[in-house]
Design a protein around this ligand. Sequence first.
Ligand SMILES: [Zn+2]
Length: 264
Amino acid sequence: MTPFRFPDPPAGFRWQPLGPGEPLEALASRRFPARHGFTCRVRTRQADAPPLGVRDSLEADLDLLERAAGVQAVHALRQVHGNDVQVLRRAARPDAPAAGDALATLIPRTAVAIKAADCVPVLLTDPVSGAVAGAHAGWRGTLVRVVEAAVRALAAEAGAPPSRLRAVIGPAIRACCFEVGPEVVSAFREKGHDVDGFALPPRAAGRPHLDLVLANRLQLLTAGLPEDGIEDAGLCTRCQPAFHSYRREGPTVGRNWSVVVAGR
Ligand SMILES: [Zn+2]
């Protein structure tokens, strides 16, 4: 069997171990100043590497992510496509995850894990305090500005001006593949978004396409991040079969993990 081949990373990114523990390759930005990584459906390039992010083993994945990252706990959420932000107050993982779509922590050697299969994962850090956050922004989360809420919560928790925060956007469905109904465009317009700024005009007899990554980049800028403080992993989850993709695989799809570790 030939070894698994990870998709070519964009400039400024590379596939590398998530941490010092169990081997697990993740896509990471060279510039984002916190340990982090975006996983795909395979752990390592070994031909017989076991899968990752499979629907029925997401809970067990958290144990694996902890071992791979070498941290005391990796925390996930019960994601509900809203804009509630949770802030971690204890290092230990609770019996049941809290509901919400963004999670922030200042506790060193704890990590936040966001799961997504096409939705936009955004990781944030304050390089001075080492505080981190992750956010999950599908179109519904983007509509209710979950990323802006995550920036506000992290800035407050870290005692940092938003201009000090840094962000990295992970693999997500891109404008090439994110066709939506006209009612989705209308929903953005009704909520006051400048949707023409991130919607592509419908192709001949086609439906509109939204650039959710651009929409979330605009929210990061609105929230106060500097233009050069935002990295983007570029890859489209639907175009790249290495990633789990809801649009490509349907409701039984697994999830890609986006992990960021707190502490300087
Ligand atoms: Zn695509």
